[in-house]
Design a protein around this ligand. Structure first.
Ligand code: NAP
Ligand code: COA
Length: 288
């Protein structure tokens, strides 16, 4: 059965906190930009004058998302199909960006795959798949952009990671390892590429409302329950993630590189790794 095409929506009544032209003339290459958090990152960049390339595997959704983004912002967005696991496709996607816009100033590595699964049930291929999309995908995209443009012009790479690896999280070994790998890669890139004018920063969200990630990881629990646990009293909005990324790609963040900014309302410090969660997961699996 063909999966339903979810149409992404832009923010209503957006108010600029920064100068509206702060990213004017810039170009951002955003993997995962066809949906979820990275769609909103693309929108916020575009509302500040940045042209974007959004990358994913599903061209129909990318096209629709690009049209929606351009309609809301009046700024050009190019949808490009590529699987971040495949270096040839990634290099071709960066070439398309350079052919269309002549530059790439910002890279956002947001493409990811995740699901809840215990180590006991995780297959060899399932573990490998998540590492390939998240960690290798981030490496492939960053390397292609660096080789083809950033090494001569500088720029900023933002990796969207997570908090699950901060201490190890039930049912998330695959994603934790994948995101920890990205965060380590960023440190190495930061020291080797810093002298070339490239900053590399990880943004680690906790639960973010209205996202596929939250839908997959929440075991069907209502968001109100999460809100009760989180120190700031609520899950993050996609806009909050977008605004943090906006700050990080401006010159105001010129000293920030090789590090991770956690954007989770304090959630990872208090969320449980408890038996209850494991037993909910067992019930969840028994219905699969
Ligand atoms: P999402 O909407 O499902 O975003 C994932 C995106 O990655 C999709 O647009 C998907 O597009 C793309 N993608 C997946 N595999 C790909 C591949 N092999 N090649 C190219 N693109 C691929 O999920 P989200 O919840 O917004 O998550 C966005 C990012 O935030 C992820 O890095 C995630 O780990 C992180 N994060 C999310 C949360 C949360 O609460 N949502 C919390 C912590 C971290 P196609 O299907 O078209 O390929
Ligand atoms: N639990 C356990 N294993 C799972 C799983 C789940 N819910 N979903 C997939 N897998 C396993 C598959 O069984 C397969 O392993 P196998 O060959 O041993 O059976 C392996 O993972 C790869 O699955 P496949 O469907 O072939 O991979 P894909 O490359 O087509 O898709 C996924 C990648 C599985 C991550 C898919 O869910 C996806 O495309 N996700 C993108 C969106 C997303 O995850 N958003 C949230 C971001 S936080």
């Amino acid at each position: 059965m063909a999966s339903e095409l979810v149409v992404e929506k832009c923010l209503e009544n957006y108010k600029h906190s920064f100068r509206e032209d702060i990213l004017s003339g810039k170009v951002a290459f955003i993997t995962g930009g066809g949906s979820g958090i990275c769609f909103t990152i693309a929108e916020i960049f575009m509302r500040h004058g940045c042209r974007t390339v959004i990358v994913g595997r599903k061209m129909d959704r990318l096209q629709l998302s690009a049209e929606t983004l351009t309609k809301a912002t009046g700024v050009k967005c190019l949808p490009v199909q590529a699987d971040v696991r495949k270096p040839q496709e990634v290099m071709a996607a960066v070439d398309k960006c350079l052919q269309e816009f002549g530059r790439v100033d910002i890279v956002v590595n947001g493409a990811a795959g995740n699901f809840l699964c215990s180590l006991e049930h995780l297959s060899f291929n399932a573990f490998r798949t998540v590492i390939e999309i998240d960690t290798l995908g981030t490496y492939n995209v960053s390397k292609a952009a660096f080789d083809k443009y950033l090494k001569d012009h500088g720029g900023v790479i933002i990796n969207i990671t997570a908090t699950l690896q901060h201490r190890g999280t039930l049912l998330q070994a695959h994603l934790g390892v994948a995101k920890a790998g990205i965060e380590t890669l960023a440190k190495h890139q930061a020291i080797e590429w810093g002298p070339k004018g490239v900053r590399v920063v990880n943004v680690a969200p906790g639960p973010v409302e209205s996202t596929e990630g939250l839908r997959r990881l929440s075991l069907g629990l209502p968001v109100e329950l999460l809100n009760d646990i989180i120190p700031v009293g609520r899950v993050a909005t996609r806009q909050e993630l977008g605004e943090v990324c906006l700050f990080l790609v401006t010159d105001m963040a010129g000293q920030i590189t090789g590090t991770t900014l956690t954007v989770d309302g304090g959630s990872w410090m208090v969320s449980g790794n408890e038996k209850q969660r494991m037993s909910m997961y067992r019930q969840f699996r028994s219905k699969m």
